[in-house]
Each structure stands twice: as C-alpha cells, then as structure tokens.
Design a binder for this molecule. Structure first.
Ligand SMILES: NC(=O)c1ccc[n+]([C@@H]2O[C@H](COP(=O)([O-])OP(=O)(O)OC[C@H]3O[C@@H](n4cnc5c(N)ncnc54)[C@H](O)[C@@H]3O)[C@@H](O)[C@H]2O)c1
Ligand SMILES: [Zn+2]
Length: 398
C-alpha cells in the first residue's frame, strides 16, 4: 500500500487545522513552511477540537466539563519542575479552573526503564487511595513515557477514565501523544503490553520545548524526518531547512507532522493497514533499542529510529529500487546530526534474533516498511535473513 503523492498533496492543500483553527496562531496562507504570524491569543474563541488543542482550551475544557470530577496530573521529576509552572502560569492568567487547581499530582521516576508494570501499579494505587472514580480525569504532562503509561493507566482504571495528553517533549508532541497507542514495556521488549485508547484531547504548546535538552530535540526530530520521508518531497525539503536551535521556527513542521499522523490514523486507527507505514525506521530501530538496553548502552528512541532508517533505506534500494543518490543524501543528513550506534559483525545474529521477536515479524522473515520513493511507503513486504544481514553490514560500514 502506498502513501502516494495524492495523499501528500491533500495534506499540503488547505488543511482543516489551519482553516478551522483551534490553535493559537494563524498562517497567512495554508501550510507554507516558515510563514508563521505572531502568536494570536485564541482563548475559548473556537469550538474545541478533541484531538488537537491549546493549553488555554484544555483549561477551559477542564473548567467546563470536569468541574465535578477529581483531576490528576501525571508527571515525572523533569516535567514537574519544568512544565508544571507553565500550566500553573496559564491557569493564573485565565483565572479559571478550580478542578485543575485542586488536581492531585502523581509523580513517577523519569525514563524509559520506568515505563513498566510496576510503575503502572503504582499509579493505579495512587488513583485508588485518592478515590478516583469513573468520572475522574487524568492529565498526562510529559514526554512519550508519561503519555504511554498514563494513557494505559487511564484506559484500564475502573475500565477506563478520561485522559488528556499534554506532550512536553518534541517526540511526544509530534508522535507519541497522538493516535491512541498506549502501553508499557515488558522484559526488555518495547510496548509489549498496551491497548488502543484515544485521549479526549491532545494539547500542543511549543513553549514546553524551551527547557527540553538538545539531545531530546534531536530525538523528536527523527520522527519528523520519518514523517517527511513517508509523506512527500515537499515535506522532506522543508525538514532539510529546519533550524533545531530555534524551536519556535519548528512550529509549522511540528504541525505538519501531526497532521500527517492524524490523517493516517484516521484512516486506519487499529494499524491493520496503512498505519503500518508510521513504523518506517522502527523495525531496525526497535532492534537497536532492545540491543542497547540488553547491553546497558544509552540510545534514545529517536536516535534508534534514525539508525533504523539508514538500514531500511538500504533495504529500500535493494528491494524497491529506491534512488541511490537520494539514499546517499538522506544518509548524509542523518549521519551529520546523529551519532552512529556502533555494532560489530558478531552482533548481527543477536540483532536478527531480536528482529524476529518483534511483534510485527513472523518466522524467519521480518517486515520492515520500505520506500519506493519519498512519499511512497510500502508495508507487508517480507525480508530474508540474508537481506537483514546485508542491511546491517551496509549500516556498519557507513
Ligand atoms: N504511543 C505512541 O504512538 C508512541 C510513538 C512514539 C514513541 N512512543 C514512546 O515514547 C517514548 C519516548 O518518548 P520521549 O522521547 O518523549 O521520552 P521521555 O518521556 O522519557 O522524555 C524524554 C526526556 O525528556 C524529559 N522532558 C520531557 N519534557 C521536557 C521538558 N519540556 N523540559 C525538560 N525535560 C523534558 C523527560 O524527563 C525525559 O528525560 C518511548 O517510550 C516510545 O516507545 C510512543
Ligand atoms: Zn517512534
């Protein structure tokens, strides 16, 4: 199946988001990159769009729809310190929302290694001892870890309570907070336990990115590169111009990434077909991540995806005749920004074993998403052990 140019053009045509915006800035004309007007306050001026909103709109929604509910805010130490003050300041500015002012804070330790069942139980316990009921609201204030585990808790607690994602990392803003995938890791395997459960609302506010460390910006940017490569040449060209030192300048690209994801998810929410293309770079990326975890090596999710894309582009060239010069261009772009995750030839067997354990793959065959060209992603292709080794070999000599 393809994400062809028609789809890409549709995405670049006047988008619902820009015309009917609930977001707090407007473009002079629809999605032309880099033409952002000054921020325009838009407090409660437009109807609430459940999948995409401003912090102001979230506060208004809590005030209006959850005034009789107990509210909980899930944070970890970084987002409590860096992101809570922004929420509190906005609340003061609006001078509303008693439910939020009385919200109970639930703090978990930061980091992927706490995205597990133990932390899940701890959060459930906190909800329980604080008498959370079916009408309670959980606000997930944090990166992908908080959104994933918080969404999973909300989906399970008393068979489901409402939750709102407030992504604070770039990665969560463009990817993890949207699309309804929730869950935790299990026995070193990523996202082994989880459910699909859509948030009531996802807040997008780039102000949170001001305190995000550079390596985390880069990690989130990898998902934007992925999105551009599966979407269109136009988006890829815009990504190449991105200035990561000016987070505000990233706004149009962030929004375009979200739009692209939402469009795909809307078509295939349960990942039976086209949604699989969002996994470009992730088959090998997840294998690198698991391998890193097993060997106590540091590897951020986005960095792993960037490395995964290098492998999957090589496979794309071999299996689908992806243009060699384009692959070179993309590989150079990635390698000039991301440190290479070093592997040796004698790691290949273990990496292949991990690839086979991935829930997307089957006996002795793996199923990476590959590109025929930029904007033309294909899924459900199978790839032999020999080709996987070829990709790892080509990667290690890049
Ligand atoms: N559900 C999905 O569809 C989906 C998609 C992509 C990724 N994910 C998951 O997302 C997770 C990775 O997300 P992540 O990279 O956001 O990880 P994360 O949540 O661990 O956040 C990264 C780091 O940034 C810090 N941080 C977050 N916001 C900050 C801010 N505003 N200021 C300062 N520090 C801040 C965090 O404390 C953490 O140290 C992985 O578990 C991955 O599996 C899920
Ligand atoms: Zn990802």
């Amino acid at each position: 199946m393809l994400l062809g140019m028609d789809r890409a053009r549709r995405a670049f045509a006047p988008a619902r988001f820009f015309e009917n915006t609930n977001y707090n800035f407007r473009l002079k004309k629809p999605p032309a990159f880099g033409e952002v007007d000054a921020l325009t306050p838009n407090i409660m001026a437009k109807p609430f769009n459940p999948s995409f909103a401003t912090l102001e709109e979230m506060i208004a929604t809590v005030e209006n729809s959850y005034s009789n509910s107990l509210c909980f805010i899930l944070v970890e130490e970084n987002t409590r310190k860096n992101c809570m003050p922004h929420v509190v300041a906005m609340e003061r500015l609006l001078a509303v929302s008693s439910s939020l002012q009385n919200a109970k804070i639930i703090e978990i330790p930061k980091g992927e290694k706490y995205k597990n069942l133990e932390t899940f139980s701890g959060i459930i316990e906190q909800l329980s001892v604080n008498n959370a009921g079916r009408n309670s609201l959980l606000i997930n204030l944090g990166g992908g870890v908080i959104c994933d585990i918080g969404g999973f808790v909300a989906a399970c607690y008393k068979r489901g309570i409402d939750f709102i994602n407030v992504p604070t990392s770039l990665l969560a803003m463009v990817d993890a907070a949207h699309g309804g995938k929730t869950g935790v890791d299990f026995n070193n395997f990523k996202n082994q336990i989880g459910v699909f459960a859509p948030a009531e609302m996802v807040v997008v506010d780039v102000n949170f990115l001001k305190t995000l460390p550079d390596d985390q910006i880069l990690s989130g940017f990898a998902e934007m590169i992925k999105m551009a490569l599966i979407a269109s040449d136009d988006f890829w060209s815009a990504i190449k111009q991105a200035d990561l030192n000016k987070v505000r300048s990233l706004e149009p690209l962030i929004i375009e990434s979200i739009q692209q994801k939402l469009q795909i998810v809307e078509e295939d929410p349960a990942e039976k077909s086209i949604r699989k293309i969002l996994n470009f770079g992730h088959t090998f990326g997840h294998a690198f991540e698991t391998f890193a975890l097993e060997n106590s090596r540091e590897l951020l999710h986005g960095y792993a995806v960037a490395m995964g894309m290098l492998c999957e582009l090589w496979l794309s060239e071999k299996m689908l005749n992806f243009d060699a010069a384009k692959r070179q261009e993309i590989s150079e772009f990635i390698l000039s920004r991301y440190p290479k995750f070093q592997i040796q030839t004698n790691d290949f067997e273990r990496l292949f074993a991990i690839l086979l354990q991935d829930k997307k793959n089957s006996t002795n065959k793996i199923k990476p998403v590959l590109l025929k060209k930029i904007g033309d992603a294909q899924y459900d292709l199978t790839c032999s052990k020999e080709l996987c080794f070829g990709a790892l070999q080509a990667y290690s000599t890049l």
